[in-house]
Design a protein around this ligand. Structure first.
Ligand SMILES: *Cc1c(COP(=O)(O)O)cnc(C)c1O
Length: 172
């Protein structure tokens, strides 16, 4: 849990990071890169990863948690969703549970996952571990096609290699 309902999860405040730094250190000691944040109430739905918002490519659609009080309304998340829609990718804002992720990856409906945040822009996720289960997405190493497409388009706009149809350059 990173931030509870009614807490300060939706803004960047130092207080949220005390809990997250502790978890991040524990994860690093176990050899993981990032901490997966579950919702505080049911501890079932996946909300964010590290200091990134989390997106999945599921049956060709981009699926990400809806914004509620506990989810940070990241600028990168917003840009990626707008860009995906602009590129003709359907966007679904719905909560995925840990079980949904394991089942989705195992059945092949979830083909890609990535985190979004200003620092990394888009960072592909190779595998998820929860308790004693791990699933690997694709071969666990190669950046997925949609992830790569969104990354390329976003960075091309950022660096002025492509026209900016969204009026973002000032924001990024
Ligand atoms: C910073 C941050 C994000 C990403 O937000 P951006 O505005 O895209 O950088 C997502 N989740 C958390 C918890 C964060 O601290």
């Amino acid at each position: 849990m990173r931030a509870a309902d009614g807490g300060t999860g939706e803004v960047k405040t130092g207080g949220n990071y005390a809990a997250s730094l502790y978890a991040a250190r524990e994860a690093a000691e176990k050899g993981y890169d990032q901490v997966l944040w579950l919702d505080a109430k049911e501890k079932k739905y996946v909300e964010e990863v590290g200091s990134m918002n989390l997106c999945f490519i599921c049956d060709g659609k981009l699926v990400t948690s809806p914004l509620k009080g506990t989810i940070l309304d990241g600028i990168t998340r917003r840009s990626v969703l707008e860009l995906a829609r602009y590129n003709g990718i359907e966007v679904e804002e719905r909560a995925l549970s840990v079980d949904d992720i394991f089942a989705g990856v195992e059945s092949g409906s979830i083909t890609e996952a990535f985190g979004t945040g200003t620092a990394v822009v888009i960072s592909p996720v190779g595998q998820f571990t929860y308790k004693d289960r791990t699933v690997v997405i694709g071969d666990g190493k190669t950046t997925g096609r949609v992830t790569q497409e969104l990354y390329d388009t976003l960075t091309d706009i950022q660096y002025g290699r492509m026209p900016d149809p969204h009026g973002w350059v000032d924001l990024l």
